[in-house]
Write a protein that binds this ligand. Sequence first.
Ligand SMILES: [Zn+2]
Length: 331
Amino acid sequence: MIDKYIEKICAEKNISKEEVEKKIEKKIEDLDGLISKEGAIFIIANSLGVELNRSALITDKIIPGMKNININLRILNMYDTIEFNKEENKGRVKSLWCANNNIKTRVVLWNEVIDSIEDIKEGDIISIQNAYAKENRNNSVEIHCSNYSTITKTEDESIPPFEELKNKSSNYKQVNISQIKEENQKVQIKANIVNIFPIKFFEICPECNKRAKLVQDKFQCEVHGEVKPKIAYVITTILDDGTETIRATFFREQVCKLIGKTDEEIVNLKEDIDAITYELETIKGDLVEVKANSKLNSFTNQIEVNVNNINKNIDIDNEIKNLKEKIITYN
Ligand SMILES: [Zn+2]
């Protein structure tokens, strides 16, 4: 393939093979060996105005150390850009969670290439060119995009729809409440909050987040001994999706999202239970989408769920459209 590329450049620009080889070597040297020979050819072809047809599109496997990766992926999650400024090391980094038919991976964008996705959003398919693969600290492979990479929005019919990939990648299964029958199911449900029980506060160890017990006026962690505890809180609700109801418990971060307040605001309201009760009343009836783990309450012998993630911004128009489609199908 590389020889064909070189031949094409020679033919179109009327220059010798040696000359092209020399340019390639120099380019690789200039870029501190950060790109492959193929990658260098593409940069040179581009600067000379020669168009090369990139056929080597990776679709099924990424191996650490791979360079010049060209791949199409759908964006499932976009994270905020982080600016770092450590002495001489200054820049920006942004990560995306992406997937296609065979691969799900984090894509890490460094510096200027972040600007090229300004108009791209979650759910879009992107074509990544000239990226490289690296193993991260958790031993999973990531795709990295530097200033030599390009990212453009594209269409690719071989990539499954957003919802399908999202359910697949998170392992949470979209179910009706009536289908939650056993422990340790990872479920995604859409339901209305039909009842809310009072918020409960308690102290936890700041090291391990386990319950800190009050022993003779001092808080004790079983593992870390005497600690200055953090305040944690929990809210239990009843969710109803029309098929069944279920008890759903929200912890800290998810409580914040549920009632739209920061951790600090909630902790400050600790002594003002009336104010919190008022806040809770306002969300009764809300439609929510939650990802949760099912568990057996050994006291009541009922299946309940612990919420791991809540989404309150459900597209109501879309919901109505789906319902209408269902009604049409049933008729
Ligand atoms: Zn502890």
